[in-house]
Design a binder for this molecule. Structure first.
Ligand code: NAP
Length: 243
């Protein structure tokens, strides 16, 4: 089988790390994007290589369109004639606060981290997928973007924007065998949720626990598989019954 590349944004930690490791096990050559935590990204690469997988690092700020273009152009120079066939838009940040107290920076940064990457990365890699008549794009949204959560107007808006873009794009590219789906996790145990009161929040989750990054990765793996070729434009909640 010819080598296939999967780019995972925010692949150095949490859900993105689990997705990178899972897609590497599935046989993809994995491109691990991250922002600044090189040590964590190196650790993921080493873990993948230790099981015989293939991984490379591609750091850039997903909120910066110029940085995205530069990094992807450099990648293409190093990989002449090859293209990226899977993109997982996973990188994201939370800067919670009630709207009445939310400052501009927290609004814009959270939105930009999700929406800039969706545009710049997708725009860059899509033509390769369309030419190959094969591709998978998965957006890691959130139940916050489906239902809205208090204290997260910025985050809910960012995730809802990604869901809207996912649904629209899916209809543009379905005939070329490119699928575009979103997963909407509830509470998953990662650095992002480390500051939350897990004991208290668990009481609000029908399954009675936080999810594991590996559980989200298994869903993403399925959506990226050949078997999932007829699923597109969907938002799949993975939230232990929430939402
Ligand atoms: P996390 O543990 O905080 O990890 C965040 C990852 O994103 C890191 O790899 C980080 O890179 C990267 N990142 C952050 N800002 C970036 C930027 N500007 N450019 C490039 N990379 C950036 O987060 P997580 O919990 O795994 O969340 C992953 C995704 O799932 C996010 O989109 C989040 O909104 C979504 N989600 C999470 C939960 C949850 O409960 N955890 C629930 C629903 C949805 P560095 O290591 O370099 O900082």
């Amino acid at each position: 089988m010819a080598k296939e590349y999967a780019l995972i944004t925010g692949g150095s930690r949490g859900i993105g790390r689990a997705i990178a490791e899972r897609l590497a096990k599935d046989g993809y050559s994995v491109i691990i994007n991250y922002h600044s935590n090189t040590a964590a990204a190196e650790e993921v690469k080493a873990a993948i290589e230790a099981i015989g997988g293939e991984a490379e690092l591609l750091p850039f700020d997903v909120a910066d369109g110029v940085a995205i273009e530069t990094a992807l152009n450099d990648w293409e120079k190093r990989h002449e004639g090859e293209h990226i066939s899977v993109v997982v838009h996973n990188a994201g940040i939370r800067r919670d606060g009630l709207m009445v107290f939310m400052d501009e920076e927290d609004w814009h940064r959270v939105l930009q981290t999700s929406t800039e990457a969706f545009y710049y990365i997708t725009h860059h890699v899509l033509s390769g997928m369309l030419r190959a008549r094969k591709g998978r794009i998965v957006t890691v949204a959130s139940i916050s973007g489906v239902s809205g959560l208090p204290g997260q107007a910025n985050y809910s808006a960012a995730k809802a924007a990604m869901i809207g873009a996912t649904k629209a794009l899916s209809k543009e590219v379905a005939a070329r065998k490119v699928t575009v789906n979103a997963v909407a996790p509830g509470f998953i145990a990662t650095d992002m949720t480390a500051d939350l009161d897990e004991a208290e929040l668990k009481k609000t989750i029908p399954a009675g626990r936080f999810g594991k990054p590996e559980e989200v990765a298994a869903l993403v793996s399925f959506l990226c598989s050949d078997e999932a070729g007829y699923i597109t434009g969907q938002v799949i909640n993975i939230a232990g019954g929430m939402g």
